[in-house]
Design a binder for this molecule. Structure first.
Ligand SMILES: Cc1cc2nc3c(=O)[nH]c(=O)nc-3n(C[C@H](O)[C@H](O)[C@H](O)COP(=O)(O)OP(=O)(O)OC[C@H]3O[C@@H](n4cnc5c(N)ncnc54)[C@H](O)[C@@H]3O)c2cc1C
Length: 333
């Protein structure tokens, strides 16, 4: 166990995929920078992969003071076992006070395993982080977003938290920032490798990622069938945004699970969320209610979605959405 007395600095996992650092990791570095400035600590970015050293400079420009670079063939593509083994080894050697990880699918899988190995506490899916008397104060939605819980881990170190995508702005690059890049030699570290990656298939190639989109247009059971999702997709494309769906639409087999928003799907927080033919069940709201602007289009004026909507359109989506799409196309051209 890492003792409180010896723990220092704020670590961020600089998760990368195919040589591109995940947006949520950059957002976490930006937030770590603010936390570090308020506590005179350093921000350390931890970069794992193969041939990834070239990304270190960008991490420093984003706010890191130190970048630990670990290159190893077993770290080429994210898998829990090798990542946990290497991160636990680094943390035990350097003893961070705080460890932030993006709450995307890799981070949500990795963070609890790492916390268990380090015997540290973990605040998952946080939307806000601050300090209180030297302890990290993490705010996370609970009970489908109806309650905001405040979590602290007063004794165990590092204080771990996963950060929800878009909970914090991406830092503006500062080319004048200076930092230190340390290449880590793992020596004879035993790295578990129980899972072999046989094939990696990209779904929805070229499409905007749901968690990273500024504008999301989602369809629900009110779409009435798979082919009719083209109406929602056309509006999402016109906005250069992403297409989401309710679980009812996913369960019906109209759209793949990757598009599901909600308690058992993705949590999103775009600038604009447009819900088409979605009633507004609590489990759906759990995944989208922190969107900046919510637009609801539903033919039932009493649908619960209107209670959380910034703008509501009571009408038939098949009349409203194509009109919106035309208007957006005209505006964008
Ligand atoms: C444990 C658990 C986890 C769950 N997780 C999720 C989750 O992650 N995500 C999720 O979404 N749900 C989830 N659900 C399911 C959730 O409870 C609802 O059943 C689901 O969200 C309903 O989807 P919907 O709004 O598309 O369908 P419905 O509730 O059937 O609503 C369809 C809406 O479309 C409107 N409509 C119909 N035709 C038109 C039209 N032509 N124009 C405009 N409006 C129209 C109707 O008025 C209605 O309001 C979960 C449930 C459980 C129990």
């Amino acid at each position: 166990m890492i003792s409180k007395a010896e723990a220092k600095h704020i670590w961020v996992l600089a998760e990368q995929k195919k040589g591109k650092v995940a947006n949520v990791a950059l957002e976490a570095i930006g937030l770590a920078r603010k936390l570090a400035s308020a506590s005179s600590q350093e921000v350390w970015a931890v970069l794992l992969g193969q041939d990834v050293g070239g990304l270190a400079e960008g991490l420093i420009q984003s706010g890191a003071d130190v970048v630990l670079v670990v290159e190893h063939p077993k770290l080429d593509t994210f898998r829990d076992d090798p990542y946990v083994d290497v991160l636990a080894h680094l943390a035990e050697n350097h003893k961070p006070a705080v460890f932030l990880i993006g709450a995307n699918s890799a981070g949500r899988s990795l963070a609890p395993r790492l916390a268990t190995k380090l015997r540290a506490g973990l605040a998952a899916d946080c939307v806000e982080l601050s300090w209180d008397a030297g302890n990290l104060v993490a705010v996370r939605p609970m009970y489908g977003g109806n309650v905001l819980a405040t979590v602290t881990c007063p004794e165990a170190r590092p204080q771990m938290a996963t950060l929800r995508p878009k909970a914090s702005p991406r830092p503006v690059l500062d080319a004048s920032r200076k930092g230190r890049v340390e290449k880590v030699d793992l020596g004879g570290l035993q790295i578990r490798d129980r899972v072999k990656l046989l094939e990696s298939v990209e779904t929805g190639g070229g499409e905007v990622k749901l968690e990273e989109a500024d504008i999301i247009v989602s369809g629900g059971r009110g779409m009435g069938g798979p082919e009719r999702f083209a109406v929602v997709k056309a509006l999402a494309d016109a906005f250069k945004g992403a297409m989401g769906a309710s679980r009812a639409a996913v369960d019906a087999g109209w759209v793949p699970y990757a598009h599901q928003v909600g308690q058992t799907g993705k949590t999103v927080s775009p600038k604009v969320y447009i819900a088409c033919g979605i009633s507004g069940a609590i489990q759906h709201l759990a995944g989208m209610r922190s969107s900046e602007i919510i637009v609801a289009i539903n033919k039932n004026p009493d649908a619960p979605i209107f209670k959380v909507a910034t703008f509501g359109i009571a009408g038939d989506l098949f009349e409203v959405v194509p009109l919106l799409t035309e208007a957006v196309k005209k505006e964008m051209s």
